[in-house]
Ligand binder design. Sequence first.
Ligand SMILES: [Zn+2]
Length: 80
Amino acid sequence: MKQVDCEEVKRNVHEFLHSELQETELEGITSHIANCESCEKHYDIEVVFNQVIQRSCDEAPTDELAERVKQRLREIQDHD
Ligand SMILES: [Zn+2]
């Protein structure tokens, strides 16, 4: 998976919210926010995620992606 730092999250958050990112970038950023205290304060992961899903609903096959991102979040959170 692509490694993402705080600066990259900041740079990409708009694209993130508009679902314009590649799947790997989306996963990387989601994972970073879930793991980074500083980013978690700035970007509520639930809010961000819900916005991504809402945006994605306008277009085709994102249910699978949504499931995979959710699964990834669960894996990350279970790690603690
Ligand atoms: Zn961060």
